[in-house]
Design a protein around this ligand. Structure first.
Ligand code: 2AM
Length: 175
């Protein structure tokens, strides 16, 4: 059984904005920079076979171009009483289309999904005390180059992510 999710890795040019955002929190666990991502669909724990089927379905999906535009900071409720500091992401058309297509692909291979409204965001600090949110300094948007099916392994020091499969998005070099 594998715990998995589908996400867009944070485009490199948005790293400085997320780095600055993480400084706002005075407590909590910063998400390591290489782990920053925009979750499209959380899959929970699944049989390897199901994930292989999903990986194949994602291979033939014709994704739209996706722009990642960070629009501000927010604090979202996590599990139990935890709070996460996040950079909010504009729900632009391509992003919503991709998210819906991945969700459909997951349901087609019989993965039962949580019924939660998609609120696009990049978590930058987990389990923090509510910070005072400063005014947001606008950052340029960036094209997403790819999305991936990730395996997550829970370790003492936090989660480790491995990309099991990566899919290019239109506009990426060599696409
Ligand atoms: P996040 O996107 O708000 O940070 C891997 O665990 C990713 O899936 C995380 O980025 C996490 O939240 C997201 N996720 C969504 N729902 C989840 C859930 N019920 N349990 C764990 N992670 C979840």
């Amino acid at each position: 059984m594998i715990r998995a999710f589908v996400a867009i890795p944070l485009p490199d040019s948005l790293l400085p904005a997320c780095r600055a955002a993480a400084r706002v929190a005075i407590s909590g666990r910063k998400v390591p920079e290489e782990n920053l991502h925009l979750t499209l669909v959380f899959l929970g724990t699944q049989e390897t076979r199901r994930l292989e089927d999903l990986a194949e379905a994602l291979e033939v999906l014709r994704p739209p171009p996706v722009t990642v535009h960070l629009t501000g900071l927010d604090v979202l409720a996590g599990f139990k009483l935890s709070r996460h500091l996040v950079a909010t992401v504009e729900p632009e058309k391509g992003l919503l289309q991709l998210q819906e297509a991945v969700e459909r692909a997951a349901r087609r291979v019989d993965i039962a999904l949580e019924r939660r409204r998609f609120r696009p965001h990049v978590t930058v600090v987990r389990d923090c005390i509510d910070p005072t949110l400063p005014p947001w300094t606008a950052v340029p948007e960036a094209s997403a180059l790819s999305f991936s099916l990730f395996r997550t392994t829970l370790k003492k020091h936090g989660a480790e992510y491995d990309a099991l499969a990566t899919y290019p998005l239109p506009g990426a070099p060599d696409h």
